[in-house]
Write a protein of this length. Structure first.
Length: 423
């Protein structure tokens, strides 16, 4: 653990931007923001690694604030991306970086904050913090957790890690397999509740579909897709995803040009809304070069440019979860890297979902495949076939996607009632 933190500091010294933000932010939490922590004593503390985990905590936070506005809520993040995106979250009384998990930092942070309860989301198992919370008899929970046999907790050498899990007052897991795995290894304080993300994305999709205020901000997108019956929204993409999508859109464009001379040649124009995972200038220029002559940049789009483009590149943050509504099918990025991003968001809008091969650690992706609404692809040939099928059958497949998501809601209610129902 200490070696990991040392490597982050070395990366910061070498100029790595995110590492610099992380080191600066976690240091400031203890050195410059201790007074803020003291003022929030007795709070309910939620910790999330980054944005995705925060979205799992969000339904709980919103419910708690709505029904118990007197309770103070603190949110901490480990990653700079999570903190920067949610540092002004209005339902939290305080948002902080989590100081590096050394014993001294954990002791100082918890002493300053003195939470009445701590809630960790999904994968966050910092030994120093969990041990300090246990030592102080502070109720500590893990929500939306998921476990797999190959994790260190269940290896022959995992005794210390399994002992760490016993620091939690209770662990709420996503599925029966995780519960059985824990109980088979002596972790009895656990139960199946499901994944709170499903509650979040369903609520978000319903609000978006019925909130007219979105049309002003997204008016450019509405004009871009107007009249087009084959729209793909690609979210959280990386270069490997973008290369495949460029090839697909190029073929679609060639087909449209062929149609101008032969009415039996193709099914019509396809448009792509591309939402990259990273929007730094280096990545954006890679995308611009890839789609040269065919794209329009969201922040610089004009009505005239929208007419002639078949790719709209979203170069700003925070819009993806609402943009999925404009597609007939979705592509979710990350599957050619460490793992796919959020497939639930497009499914909640009733959109079939295509993604790369690295999805096996994501229960919801397998759920969509089993429901007939998701498809994993390994190369361009598979992507083209999957996307054509998704676009041609988007209504039927979209219904299956939504039905799967709807079948998974309810985790927030169960956990909330256990933790706060008698408050």
């Amino acid at each position: 653990m200490y070696i990991y933190f040392l490597l982050i500091r070395i990366a910061a010294l070498c100029g790595h931007k995110k590492a610099q933000m992380l080191v600066k932010g976690q240091r400031e939490t203890l050195k410059q923001r201790t007074t803020e922590l003291n003022a929030l004593r007795g709070c309910v503390w939620f910790h999330a690694a980054s944005v995705g985990e925060f979205e799992q905590a969000r339904p709980m936070i919103e419910r708690l604030k709505r029904e118990h506005p007197e309770k103070k809520i603190v949110v901490t993040f480990f990653s700079p991306s999570g903190y920067e995106m949610r540092k002004n979250y209005n339902l939290a009384d305080g948002v902080f970086y989590l100081p590096f998990a050394t014993r001294s930092n954990a002791k100082r942070f918890i002493e300053a904050l003195r939470p009445s309860m701590a809630i960790f989301v999904k994968y966050e198992f910092w030994p120093a913090y969990l041990k300090e919370l246990k030592k102080r008899s502070i109720p500590t929970y893990c929500i939306s957790a998921i476990f797999r046999p190959k994790q260190r907790f269940f290896r022959w050498y995992g005794g210390a890690s399994r002992k760490l899990l016993k620091c939690f007052t209770h662990i709420y897991v996503q599925d029966e397999r995780s519960e059985k795995l824990l109980k088979d290894h002596g972790i009895s304080s656990c139960s199946v509740a499901g994944d709170t993300r499903f509650d979040r994305v369903v609520n978000n999709s319903q609000c978006t579909m019925h909130n007219a205020q979105f049309t002003e901000e997204l008016g450019l997108i509405e004009r871009f897709v107007e009249g087009c019956e084959r729209v793909v929204v690609a979210g959280s993409t990386w270069p490997e995803d973008e290369k495949l999508l460029e090839a697909y859109i190029q073929v679609q464009r060639d087909d449209v040009q062929c149609t101008m001379h032969n009415a039996q040649c193709t099914k019509g124009q396809c448009k792509l809304i591309l939402v990259p995972h990273e929007i730094d200038e280096a990545h954006l220029h890679f995308i611009f070069n890839l789609f040269q002559g065919r794209y329009v940049r969201y922040t610089r789009a004009t009505a005239t440019a929208l007419i002639h483009a078949d790719v709209l590149i979203i170069d700003t943050m925070g819009l993806l979860s609402t943009i999925y509504r404009y597609g007939h099918a979705a592509y979710v990025g990350g599957g050619f890297g460490e793992g796919i991003h959020n497939t639930i968001e497009p499914a909640a809008f009733g959109r079939p979902v295509v993604f790369g091969p690295n999805y096996h650690h994501f229960r919801e992706a397998q759920g969509l495949i089993d429901a007939g609404a998701g498809k994993s692809v390994k190369n361009y040939r598979e992507l083209a076939a999957a996307m054509d099928y998704a676009l041609d059958n988007h209504r039927e497949l979209g219904d299956k996607a939504y039905q799967y998501v709807a079948s998974e809601i309810g985790a927030t209610e169960k956990i909330y009632q256990d933790l706060f129902g008698h408050s």
